[in-house]
Design a binder for this molecule. Structure first.
Ligand code: SAM
Length: 236
């Protein structure tokens, strides 16, 4: 069956500033980004061509940013030209979609400390995408990211560490511009297995209040179990 595609502008996006798309595929409305590297797949996601433009379906079961959109994320600060510091790049599933969105004039400084994972990320993602600057470093040592220049618009953190909020705050203090956005994935079980997930999220939010305005907290169920996304802006 031929793919029927609806490319629809999101209500919160300005004209000429399209970041992600809803595409009808297999009878369902699915999330997609415009492929920055046509023909290139990252995680065997489906590629769909419409009017000469190739889109990559964005799987919310594989990407917590996509899961956040599915679960009614209010503010989406990633757009053409956005500068992002991303901690915990892993093999690059989410980074690749952000790379589609920020385009040739944006940049993603993508930090990953596990060398085997980072090699995979380099070979399969960063090598094809000129807007990704891979950084093989520990997010606990932001002073050692020598390639990050200037301040960024968004800091995105998904490192699944018990002290991830403190690590994230240190990185924001060094690199996030005033008023910039902060996305924090909270893997509730990795912080403390004995506490209820909501309590863990509330405790992490409490740590942010001194320097951030927390604007939304999203439970990622059913796409991701025991994870939440917290979105805040940096007061400084
Ligand atoms: N954000 C990825 C995505 O959506 O495709 C998934 C990230 S995965 C849950 C967490 C990653 O953080 C792992 O690849 C891990 O090696 C990395 N990580 C954990 N601690 C780190 C640290 N201190 N510095 C840099 N990377 C770290």
């Amino acid at each position: 069956m031929k793919e029927q595609i609806q490319v629809k502008r999101e209500k919160d996006l300005e004209e000429g500033n399209q970041s992600y798309f809803w595409i009808k595929s297999d009878g369902e409305k699915k999330l997609a980004t415009e492929n920055f590297v046509p023909g290139n797949q990252v995680y065997k996601e489906k590629l769909i061509i419409k009017k000469g433009i190739e889109y990559r379906l964005w799987d919310p079961f594989r990407s917590k940013l996509a899961a956040s959109i599915m679960n009614d994320l209010n503010d989406f600060p990633f757009e053409n030209k956005t500068k992002v510091l991303y901690l915990g790049a892993s093999t690059g599933t989410t980074v690749s979609h952000i790379s589609d969105i920020v385009g040739p004039n944006g940049i993603i400084f993508a930090v990953e400390h596990a060398s085997r994972v980072a090699r995979d990320f380099l070979d399969r993602v960063a090598a094809y995408r000129k807007n990704i600057m891979p950084i093989l470093q520990d997010a606990r040592k932001p002073k050692e990211y020598f390639s990050v220049f200037g301040k960024v618009d968004v800091v995105y953190v998904d490192i699944a560490q018990p002290d991830q909020t403190e690590i994230a705050i240190n990185n924001c203090e060094m690199f996030l511009k005033k008023g910039g956005y902060f996305f924090l994935v909270i893997k509730t079980r990795s912080i403390d297995v004995t506490k209820a997930p909501k309590r863990i999220v509330d405790e992490e939010i409490e740590k942010l209040k001194e320097k951030f305005d927390v604007i939304q907290s999203i439970d990622l169920h059913p796409y991701d179990k025991d994870h939440a996304m917290v979105i805040a802006t940096f007061r400084n």
